[in-house]
Write a protein that binds this ligand. Sequence first.
Ligand code: UD1
Ligand code: CA
Length: 452
Amino acid sequence: MTARTCLAIVLAAGEGTRMRSARPKVLHPLAGRALLAHVLSTVAQSGVTASAVVIGPGEEAVAAEVKRVCPDAECFVQSERRGTAHAVLGARNAIERQADDILIIYGDTPLVRPGSLARLRQAIAGGAAVAVLGFRAADSAGYGRLIVENNQLVAIREEADASASERKSALCNGGTMALAGKSALAILQRIGDHNRKHEFYLTDAVEIARGMALSAVAVEVEEDEMRGINTKKQLAEAEAVAQQRLRQAALDAGVTLIAPETVYLCGDTKFGRDVVVEPFVVFGENVTVDDGAVIHSFSHIVGAHIGKNVSIGPFARLRPGTRLGEGARIGNFVEVKEAVVEAGAKANHLTYLGDASVGANANIGAGTITCNYDGAGKHRTEIGRDAFIGSNSALVAPVKIGEGAYVGSGSVITQDVPPGALALGRSRQIIKEDGAKRLRGLKALRDKKASG
Ligand code: UD1
Ligand code: CA
């Protein structure tokens, strides 16, 4: 048997009014990534052969996020928001290519698992024309209800249109469904807008399929998977679920989390073996941590590669473009951005390394700043291997410090330092033997004048 083809359609054109935010709903972050990025990555893990995303008019930021996380996905614009079925038909060109299975997922349902999408596809492969994920909600307010009779799904009723007895239905509509590719278009085109909101409801697909003598089934999943995000409160609740899952996965993979409930992970964080993460650490997107690294408390890490046996923090900030070689040390109150710090190099205290390279075993003294920005452009600082930068030095980029060079503390370095050279970039110290006594005397005289 050849593998079945599958088109996934993600709906992301809703306005998200209930979020009360200028940001499109599907771009709100959950576990460090946009809601939409979660859905697209779940879809990608479910063996789909094509993906389509339906976005609202003028939503360039949403289109850009699609391109970034799933460059192969096709974007379609729903010019008017006339309901979920209307949105699906926005991707008509893709539907007409007739995949075996069509998965439809709402962009505001980020916790759905790839395994559940696989179960929907199995139901379609087994002969159903429509398969829908349902769940038992602790609070069913706002969800459509699945009406199930004799193991067949007979209808989905939106809450506003449901009768009192229909509202008591045990299963709520999670909003994720699969359609058989061969009948999908015929079903979708028959959906009308005869309901209270005058919208084209995707949920009507069930009754229409039944009317065409096709079968529809419900597939039950856990409530946590189906949390739809319409409000900031629901976003916070979903964050708790997402973090719980990620912490569990990290623990299962052997990461030591001393206080798991205080560590915030990102969906794509990758850990090696024997990594220790102390309490209160935040991980953003695109972080890899190699074997044996220790991340001390209160560190914030985004877009960084942390090499083997590296030590970070406490209170370190690693920003995108950070690459730390084996055994490097980034200590307290150190910020690193777009910088490579090679094996064994150390910046232990109070430092900014931006747009820089630091050679192996170099020592960056406390208070060293790479002055990478001159108000107009960014410039690079290159520090050679085994170099020593004395405390409280300003390295004014673009500038190179040669291999093994030594920069005296308190220097302002504006010119390249050749390999092996000593650079003292500070004004000469002046000593006046009697100076302290004379200074105090002058002060006392002045105070006396002022009071007298
Ligand atoms: C929908 C379901 C409801 C289900 C709930 C689960 C329908 C009619 N109702 O209700 O049965 O219990 O989800 O979370 O499907 N969208 C568009 N274009 C539109 C309208 C919506 O792209 O014209 C997108 C939204 O961006 C969102 C998704 O479709 O991602 C769902 O829309 P939303 O308004 O949130 O539907 P619910 O009222 O939550
Ligand atoms: Ca919703």
